[in-house]
Design a protein around this ligand. Structure first.
Ligand code: HQG
Length: 184
C-alpha cells in the first residue's frame, strides 16, 4: 500500500471511529471499540474496498499511531481525538512538569479569556514536546505554542491521561496554568 492510500484510509477511519460511527452503521461499544469484521464490511461497502491486511498496515504505520487493535485483533478503535463521549478507560497519571498546546494565533485572545476548552472534542489535547505542538497548531493557522504548567494543575487536583499513542488528555486548562510566549 502506498502512502496516499494509507492517508485515505486513515482519514475515513478517523471520521467514523472518532466522530461518526453511525455514518456507516457501525456498532461501537462504550469504550470506542468496533468489531474489525464489521468495520471492513461497512467501510468497503460505503467507501472503497479494504482488507484486514490494509488495516494492519494502517494501525502499525499510521504517522501518529491513531488506531489500535485489541489483543487478538478482533476489535479496533481510535486511541484519542473523539467527539462522541466514549470512555477510553485510561488511568489518570501524573503528568510531566510542563506540557505544550499548539494552537493558532487567532484563538489566543479567546484562550486568554477562557483558558483551553475541549470545544468539539472529549478532551483538551496536550503534547509532551514543542515540535508536536507546533504541527498541531499549524492545522488551524499560524501556530503558537502555549506552555501548560501541568504539575501545578495536577497538584491542584486536575486529572491527566496519556493515550495509547502518547497524547496527553485533560478536561480543561484554566488560564492561570497557561504561559503565553513572551511572558514569564
Ligand atoms: C482551540 C490532532 C478559542 C484549540 C492533534 C485548538 C491533536 C480555543 C482548537 C488532536 C479555546 C480545537 C486535537 C478557547 C481551545 N477559545 N479557541 N477557549 N480553547 N481552543 O482540532 O488540540 O491529527 O479540536 O487551541 O494531533 O488542535 O487528528 O484540537 O486549536 O492531538 O490525529 O480550539 O487532533 O490529532 O481544535 O487537536 P481541535 P487540537 P489528529
Amino acid at each position: 500500500m502506498n502512502k496516499n492510500q494509507m492517508v485515505k484510509i486513515s482519514k475515513r477511519l478517523s471520521y467514523v471511529l472518532r466522530h461518526h460511527p453511525e455514518a456507516i452503521e457501525l456498532v461501537m461499544d462504550e469504550e470506542g471499540w468496533v468489531a474489525v469484521d464489521m468495520l471492513i464490511d461497512r467501510f468497503s461497502n460505503n467507501y472503497f474496498p479494504i482488507t484486514f491486511e490494509d488495516l494492519q498496515v494502517v494501525v502499525a504505520e499510521n504517522d501518529k499511531k491513531r488506531f489500535a487493535f485489541d489483543e487478538d485483533q478482533t476489535y479496533i478503535r481510535a486511541s484519542q481525538g473523539h467527539s462522541i463521549g466514549v470512555k477510553l478507560g485510561y488511568e489518570a497519571i501524573k503528568p510531566p512538569e510542563v506540557l505544550y498546546h499548539g494552537t493558532a494565533t487567532r484563538f489566543v485572545n479567546s484562550i486568554r479569556a477562557q483558558g483551553l476548552k475541549k470545544r468539539n472534542r472529549d478532551h483538551v489535547h496536550l503534547s509532551a514536546d514543542e515540535t508536536t505542538a507546533k504541527s498541531v497548531g499549524s492545522r488551524h493557522g499560524k501556530p503558537i505554542i502555549l506552555i501548560v504548567n501541568a504539575a501545578e494543575m495536577h497538584a491542584d487536583g486536575h486529572q491527566f491521561f496519556l493515550s495509547e499513542n502518547k497524547v496527553w488528555l485533560t478536561d480543561q486548562v484554566p488560564v492561570k496554568y497557561l504561559e503565553f510566549p513572551g511572558e514569564e
